[in-house]
Write a protein that binds this ligand. Structure first.
Ligand code: ZN
Length: 138
């Protein structure tokens, strides 16, 4: 892997959803690098490495992320886990859900954050807002 400027900058979508299993409201966070509305980077599902500080920030936003082995990803990855029933909210399904947010102008309980070690640098309330900010010069 070659180093690039985005190595120290992470982009995440964070939103509230119902756990697929117990139906309670939970917060999930998914890496959105590689999506056109944020700069650079290549998206990574089933992320197996995550800096401690990043994990800490995402947890402070309410996302209950833990390393889990699943039937689909036997070696394990940093997954969103329901804090109530312990069910893994699969990355694949969360990405599918994210697609629904692409055209929503005012999504509820949804945000996109740009995170660096110093903290959250920017925050947007919708994909459109992020897109307008990052892609306005194009
Ligand atoms: Zn649950």
């Amino acid at each position: 892997m070659s180093p690039n400027p985005t190595d120290l900058t992470f982009y995440y979508a964070v939103w509230q959803k119902k756990c697929w299993k117990c139906k309670r409201d939970i917060t999930v966070a998914i890496n959105v690098e590689g999506w056109s509305f944020v700069p650079g980077g290549v998206g990574e599902l089933w992320r197996q490495e995550m800096p401690d500080w990043l994990l800490k920030y995402l947890r402070s936003l309410g996302a209950n992320i833990h390393y889990r082995k699943t039937s689909m990803v036997k070696e394990g990855y940093y997954a969103n886990v329901c804090p109530y029933c312990n069910a893994v909210q699969g990355d694949w399904f969360l990405n599918e859900e994210l697609i629904n947010y692409l055209y929503e102008e005012k999504p509820q309980n949804f945000k996109i954050v740009e995170i660096r070690k110093e903290g959250i640098v920017r925050q947007f309330n919708s994909v459109r807002e992020a897109d307008a900010y990052y892609n306005r010069a194009k």
